[in-house]
Design a protein around this ligand. Structure first.
Ligand code: DGY
Length: 325
């Protein structure tokens, strides 16, 4: 008898058809209030679960007694209770690497949009307010070339950002990370320093760290106060790494100049959220890795992880290596 896999996320035809060759597949595009009861029902005899951002905790796992593997279609896995999965002998996998360049492109776009005030000026032109050939100085942005970029979290995506910033924009790169990244130091002259030094010296600060117990609210009032008043702050990691109330305070009190955000404490962000009313904030709807080509690669990787895991092999991107396969 075939094993059963639930796909609780959008999945393109090609990766879905690969899954269907090997498993009985139940596809529920989105788990919400109306689909949750049938999702939980299906989970009761499922062996594998593919998801994107679903909270997989003790409560959910209690409903899934036969589960052997949870495959995230994302590099971040803060939605998974890894300790609980490991305790239950359930494999957890993610989709690293394939989204590095796409996410780094998006971060550079956010950085440039914020520095050069692209969305604001786009609206200015489209509203028909561009009446004089020479735009007033008040509408100018700031240069990014030749400036100092501080990257907090110098993993693979951080390194891809450093590459663009150093080779493309001649920026000096400071970084703060759990470990030194010799590759980034050698290839892009990145300089390792303390968080405090990075915050004090950088013109642009880019937060790229995964969300863990250690990085929750890593950036708050104290850290914003340490930044230059001209600093532009970018967050493309997870919303919970930043205390949003403190970010609003920093922006309103002009402790920093502007922020570019791809992630929020609550997603989707409430349309009436105060952050969305501030002129010096550029927002994106968590689209770091979201291009069709990259999403397809992530889905294929997630499928490959689950196929290998359920075939009794070690999946290529196993997170909890303590689980004996
Ligand atoms: C990731 O892969 O972690 C992206 O942020 C999408 O969740």
């Amino acid at each position: 008898m075939k094993q059963k896999v639930i796909v609780a996320a959008k999945m393109y035809d090609e990766p879905l058809s690969i899954l269907k060759k090997w498993f009985d597949v139940v596809h529920i595009e989105s788990v919400n209030d109306s689909t949750r009861p049938s999702f939980l029902e299906e989970l009761s005899d499922a062996h594998g679960l593919i998801n994107m951002g679903l909270i997989v905790d003790q409560h959910l796992l209690n409903r899934a007694p036969h589960l052997k593997i949870v495959s995230n279609i994302s590099v971040g896995y803060d939605n998974l209770d890894i300790a609980e999965l490991t305790l239950r002998g359930i494999m957890a996998t993610n989709t690293p690497d394939v989204l590095n360049d796409t996410t780094a492109d998006a971060v550079m776009a956010l950085l440039l949009s914020t520095a050069r005030r692209i969305p604001e000026l786009d609206q200015y032109v489209k509203r028909g307010e561009w009446k004089q050939l020479l735009v007033r100085d008040e509408m100018f942005g700031v240069d990014i070339h030749g400036k100092t970029l501080g990257i907090i979290g110098m993993g693979r995506i951080g390194t891809a950002i450093a590459k663009r910033a150093h080779l493309g924009f001649d920026m000096e790169i400071l970084y703060y990370n759990r470990n030194r990244n010799m590759n980034a130091e050698e290839l892009y002259q990145c300089k390792y320093c303390s968080l405090e030094e990075l915050l004090q010296r950088s013109d642009f600060i880019c937060l790229m760290t995964p969300l863990t117990k250690e990085t929750e609210y890593l950036i708050g009032k104290k850290q914003f106060e340490q930044m230059k008043r001209s600093a532009i702050f970018i967050n493309a990691s997870r919303g919970m790494t930043v205390n949003e109330k403190d970010l609003i305070m920093a922006l309103e009190n002009k402790w920093i100049a502007a922020a570019g955000l791809d992630v929020y404490e609550q997603e989707p962000i409430d349309p009436s959220h105060r952050l969305l009313t501030l002129p010096n904030v550029v927002t994106l709807p968590h689209i770091g890795g979201a291009t069709l080509a990259t999403r397809m690669k992530m889905m294929n990787l997630a499928v490959n992880n689950i196929v290998e895991g359920l075939m009794g092999n070690s999946p290529p991107h196993l997170i909890n290596k303590d689980v004996v396969v």
